[in-house]
Design a protein around this ligand. Structure first.
Ligand SMILES: Cc1cc2nc3c(=O)[nH]c(=O)nc-3n(C[C@H](O)[C@H](O)[C@H](O)COP(=O)(O)OP(=O)(O)OC[C@H]3O[C@@H](n4cnc5c(N)ncnc54)[C@H](O)[C@@H]3O)c2cc1C
Length: 546
């Protein structure tokens, strides 16, 4: 791969490629990698630099309306590799029910089914460098006592595996580095996709370099892969032919914005220590190193219970809490950290300050114990709930009056979460509590069970989705089943912005699978097209980035 610094491109220059990919995160790399051994010329535009730069990240600031706050400026990263430079790397699949049109979930239903995505999951796992791919399926874990203990009528036990190395820029620096066909153009902020007069083809992409020079890319195919918030922003900003932007004839761009409403530590899984099998029964609930790599079981509402009670999907992971941590004020310090950051929205609780100060001597002792590899004493597990939310037109991203350094409008985020998310959370805690008692393993300590009126305080899970949703009907979506923008013959979207619904699964495995599928489609289009444009001849830089 050759690297081009956009700051060195001349003002007004126009460059020709077969494929232009906007964004070099998980989605952009998934698409680009598929062309790396071809003679198809590909340019990947990246607004950020090769490494993280504070100043460029500030372009991600936004305004939230409706009082609901996420952390959307640093839930995504502007640099080569995108947000994979900071993500946790957990991979799992959407469940078959997530693709269905469920009569109790308005606007649900994908135009493609799980079998179509499954065809690409193997290649996606390879791209994400997940070893032991077969272990992603729960059938592999039938020997796990944890999986067997929890699988029941109301609860499903599933697994996460980890991508390793997590940073896709690091993982693919070499494989893309050897490619003669792919160019990474950094400090290159795509400002608009420019349609032809009759609006059915993208003629060029207008780009600004970090030092303010404007140039354009002309490509046979254009893929927008800037992350869910920027994907819709770019379409809305592309106003050459219409003040509503590109692909927005039915006012769908930016709408149906979803994340995974998340809540950490509100509920506890308390263990009945009289059950002598408790260590093996809960063993895989926290991250575990196994022969198949690091894995973690997470528990979800069974498909059967979702159908019966008309619930949304729901997944929960767990984290062990140790007695030494409680005594040491570690948890108080953590609560304090989140309230100072405003993440839980409750302000500073001065009891946390007092507990933290009280626990300082113990904290030193616990840290020493951990550093020496001495075992800590298990107390309980906390639940980290990650929920599905309904796709709702009123939940949306639009353009704000505030502008970025290039005079482009920033985003305004209105995140709506319906009541059915809270109802499904209450069902899950109740069903888990029932199962724990059935197997004599413990119980769930949750305000959702003890107080019917309890209102949980959700944060986002850094999984923005849905803003350019997939639908076979242009009236209800932005892209078609092939991720092509309706009505435009050469403009595509890669990323979780195309998801019509989100289930509870972390999105990256599925968005990478869809990116690979899209690359295959574009490749086959180009094969029947005329001869590809000339391959970039600037020298390849393949130095290692670690
Ligand atoms: C802390 C954290 C933990 C996470 N953990 C997990 C996890 O465990 N599992 C999981 O599945 N997901 C996780 N995620 C989410 C995951 O990171 C995203 O799903 C994934 O990175 C999305 O890939 P993307 O390519 O669509 O967007 P990004 O990775 O955000 O990449 C988009 C790229 O496009 C560039 N760009 C944007 N607009 C433009 C423009 N106009 N011109 C040029 N370039 C542009 C950006 O600079 C960026 O580099 C996590 C996220 C965070 C923040």
């Amino acid at each position: 791969m050759s690297f081009k610094n956009a700051n060195e491109i001349d003002e007004g220059e126009s460059l020709d490629y077969d494929v232009c990919i906007i964004g070099s995160g998980a989605a952009g790399i998934a698409v680009a990698k598929e062309f790396s051994e071809s003679n198809i010329s590909v340019i990947m535009l990246e607004a950020g630099g090769i490494d993280f730069e504070d100043e460029l990240q500030t372009d991600y600031t936004y305004n939230a309306v409706n009082g609901r706050e996420g952390e959307w400026d640093f839930t995504r990263t502007r640099q080569w590799g995108g947000t994979t430079s900071v993500w946790y790397g957990r991979c799992t699949k959407l469940k078959p029910i997530d693709y269905e049109k469920r009569d109790w979930v308005p606007n649900s239903g994908w135009p493609i089914g799980p079998a179509e995505v499954e065809k690409f999951n193997g290649r996606a796992l390879t791209t994400l460098q997940v070893s032991h791919q077969h272990a992603i399926d729960s059938a592999y874990w039938q020997k796990s006592e944890t999986v067997n203990a929890f699988n029941s009528n109301d609860i499903d036990a599933n697994v996460f595996l980890w991508s390793n190395p997590k940073d896709m820029a690091v993982a693919h620096h070499k494989s893309l580095g050897n490619s003669k066909s792919v160019t990474l153009c950094y400090y290159a902020f795509a400002q608009q996709v420019v349609p032809t007069e009759n609006d059915d083809h993208i003629d060029s992409v207008l780009v600004k370099s970090a030092n303010g020079k404007q140039f354009s890319i002309r490509a046979k195919h254009v893929v927008i892969a800037g992350g869910s918030i920027e994907n819709c922003r770019l379409l809305l900003l592309s106003q050459k032919n219409s003040p509503h932007g590109v692909g927005n004839q039915h006012d769908n761009v930016g709408r149906y914005y979803m994340d995974h409403p998340r809540i950490e530590g509100m509920a506890k899984l308390m263990v009945n220590f009289e059950n002598k099998n408790w260590p093996s029964l809960i063993r895989h609930l926290d991250e575990t190193i196994t022969d198949a790599g690091n894995m973690q079981v997470f528990l979800s509402l069974s498909e059967q219970l979702q159908r019966k009670e008309k619930l949304l999907n729901h997944g929960t992971v767990f984290r062990s809490i140790f007695k030494e941590q409680i005594a040491s004020g570690y948890l108080a310090a953590k609560n304090l950290y989140y309230s100072v950051k405003g993440k839980d929205g409750n302000g500073i609780d001065y009891r946390d300050v007092a507990n933290m100060l009280k626990g300082l001597p113990k904290l030193a002792q616990t840290s020493l114990k951990q550093a020496l590899g001495k075992p800590l004493t298990f107390s309980h597990l906390i639940l980290i709930d990650q929920l599905e939310q309904e796709p709702d037109r009123a939940s949306r991203i639009c353009l704000d009056s505030e502008k970025d350094r290039f005079g482009q409008q920033k985003t305004c985020i209105e995140w709506e979460i319906g009541q059915s998310t809270t109802d499904s959370l209450r069902w899950f805690h109740t069903a888990l509590d029932k199962r724990l008692r059935e197997i004599n393993l413990g119980w769930v300590d949750s305000p959702m069970i003890t107080d019917r009126d309890y209102v949980p305080e959700f944060t986002d899970a850094c999984h923005p989705s849905g803003t350019t949703r997939m639908s076979s009907d242009p009236k209800t979506g932005v892209v078609d089943a092939n991720c092509k923008v309706h009505g435009i013959d050469n403009l595509y979207i890669a990323g979780s912005s195309v998801f019509p619904t989100v289930g509870y699964a972390n999105p990256t495995l599925t968005l990478v699978a869809l990116g690979i599928r899209l690359a295959d489609k574009i490749k086959s289009n180009l094969m029947v097209d005329s001869t590809p444009a000339a391959v970039d001849s600037s020298p390849a830089i393949i130095e290692e980035r670690v």
